[in-house]
Design a protein around this ligand. Structure first.
Ligand code: ATP
Ligand code: MG
Length: 337
């Protein structure tokens, strides 16, 4: 193989690749490597660029054995990222050099971490209603066996716990369905004011303390937007319900729709407890709640905003949350028009 051929191969590699001589001086590098290290690299000492004993050890082994050697590296460049590095001696091909490549595996590691956190969270969320169900069954089989009044009380507790598990399973199914179709844009037609009025009626009738609290302000004429009506109902129902449940009874929740050149903004404003700034960036994470006990008490799964975010991604829309402790929160949904 000649130098031009080798350079062509290195340039064609999508990941950062370097060719080194046996003094570990960089003979050539491709564009991906130059942009990763933010310099042209050719002529520089590898040891000064990658100051990692593991990488040097990997190169030494490749030279010594003439075989392909790999190692894991964490490079602290713009941000710390994890790479699978490989060093291959090219002596067998008639070249006295080593090909060193880097594969960024950070995304795969992050995905694995979030998968295992998710499984741990789901197990935890299912375990607590199951534990209380087991406790109730034991009590009903034992001390409360013949106590009719206690039995009624326990049955209603059991109903609450099974409903909670069923809501959780329903939300998890919703999430996985949404993930599967996130890249398919919706194709229905949605009348936003009509949809909001419907949600307002449903929520007002669902709980006595939600009655007469929602104040709707919509423009006289608004075009239909492209979207999935059921998914958008889920979005606004969760946001309006959050506004109602995380504020004092009898306080108003303002739902206001505005339209500009190419977008429709629906803002839900409450006069509730507000959310501290450090929580704001994490609210759309699965199971993230500011006050875990409070959310569970009110029957929440902590998945509402995660589902909302997925639906809005599918609609090419976004969520903007502003909040002040003691003053209230204002959540806006911005949809393309
Ligand atoms: N308007 C709001 N005011 C104060 N806190 C809020 C508001 N909206 C959301 N939050 C906080 O964000 C958390 C996440 O909300 P999300 O809707 O995802 O879950 P949830 O309401 O707890 O459960 P679910 O929506 O499944 O019933 C809530 O637990 C609450 O702590
Ligand atoms: Mg919610």
């Amino acid at each position: 193989m000649n130098t031009v051929m080798l350079q062509t191969i290195v340039d064609a590699l999508p990941q950062p690749a370097l060719v080194l001589d046996f003094d570990y001086k960089i003979q050539s590098a491709n564009l991906a490597a130059a942009s990763l290290f933010e310099t042209t690299l050719t002529g520089m000492d590898f040891v000064r660029i990658v100051r990692q004993p593991t990488a040097i050890k990997c190169l030494n082994m490749a030279v010594k054995t003439g075989k392909l050697k790999t190692c894991d590296l964490v490079l602290h460049l713009q941000t710390p990222r994890t790479y699978k590095a490989s060093a291959a001696s090219l002596v067998a091909m008639g070249e006295n050099c080593i090909l060193f490549t880097l594969l960024d595996v950070s995304a795969a590691i992050d995905a694995e971490k979030s998968r295992s956190t998710f499984v741990a969270n789901v197990s935890h969320e299912l375990r607590s209603p199951l534990t209380s169900l087991m406790g109730i069954v034991e009590t009903l089989q034992g001390p409360a066996h013949d106590d009719v009044a206690a039995r009624d009380n326990f049955l209603s507790l059991m109903q609450g716990e099974t409903e909670r598990m069923s809501r959780l399973v329903g939300d998890l199914l919703s999430l996985s369905k949404l993930e599967a179709k996130e890249h398919l844009p919706p194709d229905g037609q949605v009348d936003i004011p009509k949809l909001l009025r419907r949600i307002m009626t449903v929520l007002s009738e669902s709980k006595a303390e939600y009655k007469n609290r929602i104040v709707l302000d919509v423009p006289k004429s608004l075009p239909l937007i492209t979207g999935d009506p059921d998914e958008l109902i889920e979005v606004f129902q969760n946001l309006i319900e959050n506004a109602l449940k995380y504020s004092e009874p009898k306080t108003k929740v303002d739902v206001c729709v505005t339209q500009s050149k190419n977008k429709i903004t629906i803002t839900i404003k409450d006069h509730g407890e507000g959310i501290a700034p450090e929580h704001l960036p994490r609210l759309t994470e699965r199971f993230y709640r500011v006050d875990k006990g409070r959310s569970r008490e009110t029957g929440g799964t902590g998945l509402g905003l995660a589902i909302t975010k997925h639906i809005l991604n599918r609609h090419r829309g976004r969520l903007s949350i502003k909040s002040k402790i003691g003053v209230g929160s204002s959540v806006s949904v911005i949809l393309p028009n």
